[in-house]
Design a protein around this ligand. Structure first.
Ligand SMILES: C[S@@+](CC[C@H](N)C(=O)[O-])C[C@H]1O[C@@H](n2cnc3c(N)ncnc32)[C@H](O)[C@@H]1O
Ligand code: SF4
Length: 419
């Protein structure tokens, strides 16, 4: 087998890229030039809420900091106003996304105030995707009303599993039946574009348990399903709790592969299509503009503690405690100006995440002959049944989908060696 360890996340696929490509340009000068002029590309707004009401045993994303939750809406509103003041922010934005943590850990009234300020400060045309990550327990009728009023039209609900015993293992609140009920309620409220996150390959999972989750999903009329193979992160309560035997069960690639294709095949039969390596969508219901623009050459204006984004080629993070670049440029100084090649390779990664890429187009953009550079590796991958090589580029096969992040990592490694 070409890969004996499977990379499970898009972070693995872009790890090599992240280490390289500082352009050596002065941040303040670069940003002053960009922010004080009209937008040069599509832009999305990302708002980060670093709180959760209960920390899940497996999760590495929960990094609380010193903010008071009760004051956090004011903090976000301040951040929105600062960013919206630049000429760069004036043209209509292409998508808005609230992530976390759990954005709905804020109260409905706080969410309503933040959404009102977004509409006040930015030009958000009707129909623009406004997306909120949430978990079922915070999705009360009051919260659904506040989100609807504020123009939210896409929900991404962290469910992980509908099985009660498995929910307890993962430290998720509430029963699976209650989760399904809240999702039905959200959809009947008008949130047609509702998707869920599912975790698979946890120690006690069986094909029968997964089949029941798939059946529940089929009954829910969802727009999309993101499915993640459980990653064990050192330091998390789950990591500490599992025995060596349970960890070994999880490391069995054949078992993981069985679950992967059970989800893919089960949901394909119900009309879902592959949108990207870890996401299936039903036709026309979820465009996921936020991801498309953010990793398709756009800018991502980051608001909130812990938010990451990019303004043109300035890739930055609002890390807790980070200072602004200056009084005129109220953008976190924790970032770097990356080269154009970095941005192009980021797009390349994103396209392959969506399972196919046009090598000629990227050869032109990177001023490289990618067919020659990648030819030998791609030939071997094709022989191993992982990719198909056609006139218009490369497409992952069914087996290639399972190892998609490994394939991307390998190809990107070859590209960054020469640019
Ligand atoms: C950043 S979390 C935010 C979602 C929301 N807070 C919730 O949990 O309801 C996004 C998703 O990442 C996935 N995730 C988190 N930790 C994971 C892990 N250790 N392994 C695999 N997937 C994980 C979960 O499916 C989760 O819903
Ligand atoms: S999975 Fe979601 S709710 Fe759970 S700790 Fe992580 S961010 Fe919070």
């Amino acid at each position: 087998m070409r890969y004996c360890e499977r990379y499970k996340s898009h972070h693995d696929a872009s790890r090599k890229l992240k280490r390289r490509f500082a352009a050596g340009t002065d941040k303040a000068e670069y940003l002053a030039g960009l922010l004080n002029g009209p937008a040069d590309r599509p832009r999305v707004v990302y708002l980060h809420v670093p709180f959760c009401n209960k920390v899940c045993g497996f999760c590495p994303f929960h990094r609380p900091d010193s903010f008071s939750r009760r004051e956090y809406d004011k903090y976000l509103i301040g951040g929105i106003r600062e960013l919206a003041a630049y000429e760069y922010s004036r043209a209509p934005v292409n998508a808005v996304n609230f992530g976390g943590g759990t954005p709905t850990a804020l109260s409905p009234a706080q969410m309503a105030r933040v959404l009102a300020e977004l509409h006040n400060s930015f030009d958000i045309p009707p129909g623009t995707e406004i997306s909120v990550e949430t978990s079922v327990t915070e999705l009360t009728d009051e919260m659904l009303s506040a989100l609807k009023e504020g123009g939210v039209n896409r929900l991404s609900v962290g469910v992980q599993t509908f099985d009660d015993a498995s929910r307890r293992l993962l430290n998720r609140r509430g029963s699976g039946a209650a989760a399904a009920e809240r999702i039905r309620r959200a959809i009947s409220f008008g949130f047609v574009n509702t998707g869920i996150d599912l975790i698979y390959n946890y120690p006690d999972q069986t094909p029968e348990l997964l089949e029941r989750d798939i059946d529940t999903i089929k009954s829910l009329n969802l727009a999309g399903v993101s499915f993640y193979s459980l990653m064990l992160h050192e330091g998390t309560p789950l990591y500490k709790r599992l025995t060596q035997t349970e960890k070994a069960v999880m490391a069995d690639l054949e078992r993981e592969r069985g679950f992967f294709f059970q989800i893919l095949d089960g949901l394909s039969a119900a009309g879902f299509k592959v949108f990207e390596l870890t996401k299936l969508i039903r036709d026309g219901l979820d465009r996921y503009d936020y991801m498309r623009v953010r990793h398709g050459g756009g800018s991502c204006l980051a608001v909130g503690s812990g938010a990451g984004g990019n303004i043109g080629n300035y890739v930055y993070s609002n890390s807790p405690g980070a200072e602004n670049i200056g009084a005129d440029i109220k953008i976190s100084s924790r970032g770097r100006v990356v080269s154009d090649d970095y941005m192009i390779i980021d797009e390349f990664i994103n396209e392959l995440q969506k399972t196919a890429v046009d090598l000629s187009a990227y050869s032109r953009r990177l001023k490289l002959d990618l067919n020659a550079l990648l030819g030998s590796a791609l030939g071997e991958m094709a022989d191993g049944g992982l990719v198909q090589i056609g006139r218009s580029g490369v497409r992952l096969t069914r087996d290639g989908l399972f190892f998609g992040n490994n394939i991307i990592d390998e190809l990107v490694g070859l590209i960054i060696n020469v640019v």
